[in-house]
Design a protein around this ligand. Structure first.
Ligand code: ZN
Length: 436
């Protein structure tokens, strides 16, 4: 029962509680893994066993010991020599977005697709993201899909669609005129927008209340675009309203001033932070603000431009992206040095990139992040950012039985995470292409 239903029960004297199933009747599974990564210790457990009762992990340890505790009739799943890791978490997804590449892609996406179609696109993206080994996502706005992300989250929870556990930000909040779509005729006053546009503190407050009322788990704000946009006071009101209702705030910010405004206002994470400076990072460290660097998308753009015919525009873009990547690399290294917490986010929004979330591991390690830290960014750290550290992010007793298996050793070759061969979510096998 969710929190809102609980409140109805408490205040209206109505109790829709059903009796919880008894532990003894839960289906029992024992997974045998050649090698299991303990992300907390940063070490492998050889010949590991994981006992699952229902959706949760009951015990983890050396196989013979765990095996001695499981009830009779426990189903055994053998994963051979594969390496088992916790289910991965992407903290910056846009599952409702399959926006065509190119300058008019965003506008066309809004103009040509119904909300119903957007929801179905979301369901497809959710499935391929899960199959890529990402069992939880923090979806940081739906790019003009109304509240379809709430519907998708709930449909997945009710097993009507297949996908990761989701936290959704719904519409996001941006300053009037400072987010997609740009260049729309002023005569088209009802043309849909990519975010909820506000001006002033009261509009910002109302937007947060509205979005949470319609099911947002977190709030996303745009602190800047090419320049700083929302004021510190506008962002502060967003943070105040969201925190009051137990929701975190993620801020898109890429310019040094945008980051500063957002962190000063008290947001919980900076998304991108591509041009974050030393002063910003020190402030983030002091306030415990997370950084979600999103590098893989820039690498993908560089690759895309390299395949285009040589033009002036291509040259300009390559120079711009090259400089941006240098700045990101500096930011990541400085954040690591200062101990700023980082979570992984791939920021896919196009048909080409949805489901390729693991590319972010490769992108992060290319900028000097050790493989174990990149894996922690997508497990322990991500769970902490989502405030879900009690349920996901590691293979430990009490948590959801969410895990994946790959061939090879991700600590020496992170790219093996691009080929996830086994996925279990909440005790259910959702993918298995391991050579048994
Ligand atoms: Zn994004």
């Amino acid at each position: 029962m969710n929190a809102r239903a609980l409140a109805v029960a408490l205040f209206l004297g109505f109790c829709p509680l059903r009796s919880a199933p008894q532990t003894s009747t839960l289906p029992s599974i024992l997974v045998k893994a050649g090698k299991l990564l303990d992300v907390r210790k940063g070490a492998y457990v050889e010949n590991a066993g994981v006992w699952i009762a229902g959706q949760r992990i009951k015990e983890v340890g050396h196989f013979p010991e765990v095996q001695a505790h499981v009830p009779k009739n426990t189903k055994v799943i053998e994963l051979g020599r594969a390496t088992v890791l916790p289910g991965l978490i992407d903290c910056h997804t846009h599952l409702m977005a399959r926006i065509p590449e190119g300058p008019d892609g965003y506008t066309l996406n809004l103009a040509t697709k119904s909300q119903a179609f957007r929801a179905l696109e979301g369901a497809y993206n959710a499935r391929i993201t899960l199959e890529a080994g990402f069992t939880s996502v923090r979806d940081v706005e739906n790019e003009g899909a109304g509240y379809a992300d709430v519907a998708l989250r709930d449909a997945i929870e009710q097993a009507l669609a297949e996908g990761p556990r989701m936290q959704v930000a719904t519409r996001a909040i941006a300053a009037v005129g400072q987010y997609n779509p740009f260049g729309i005729s002023p005569d088209l006053s009802d043309f849909p927008t990519g975010a909820q546009m506000v001006s002033g503190q009261e509009e910002a407050r109302r937007a947060v209340r509205e979005q949470i009322g319609h099911g947002a788990d977190l709030i996303k704000v745009y602190a800047d675009w090419l320049h700083p946009t929302l004021t510190v006071d506008e962002i502060r009101v967003v943070v105040e309203e969201a925190h009051k209702l137990g929701r975190k705030v993620a801020a898109h910010a890429s310019t040094p001033e945008g980051v500063r405004n957002a962190v000063t206002a008290g947001v919980d994470s900076i998304e991108h932070g591509h041009r974050v400076d030393q002063q910003d990072l020190e402030l983030m460290k002091a306030k415990g603000t997370f950084l979600v660097p999103t590098v893989g998308g820039i690498d993908a753009s560089v690759e895309r431009y390299s395949k285009e015919p040589e033009t002036e525009r291509r040259k300009e873009m390559q120079t711009y992206l090259g400089e941006l990547l240098q700045s990101i690399q500096q930011a990541i290294q400085e954040a690591m040095r200062l101990g700023v917490k980082m979570a992984l986010g791939y920021d896919a929004g196009s048909p080409e990139r949805q489901g390729k979330n693991a590319d972010e591991f490769v992108a992060l390690t290319k900028r000097g992040m050790p493989p174990l830290e990149a894996i922690r960014a997508a497990t322990l750290n991500a769970a902490e950012l989502m405030n879900w550290q009690d349920r996901v992010g590691s293979i430990e007793a009490g948590k959801y039985a969410d895990f994946i298996a790959v061939e090879g050793d991700p600590l020496s070759d992170i790219a093996v995470l691009r080929q996830v061969e086994f996925v279990m979510k909440g005790g259910t096998v959702v993918k298995d292409i391991l050579p048994h």
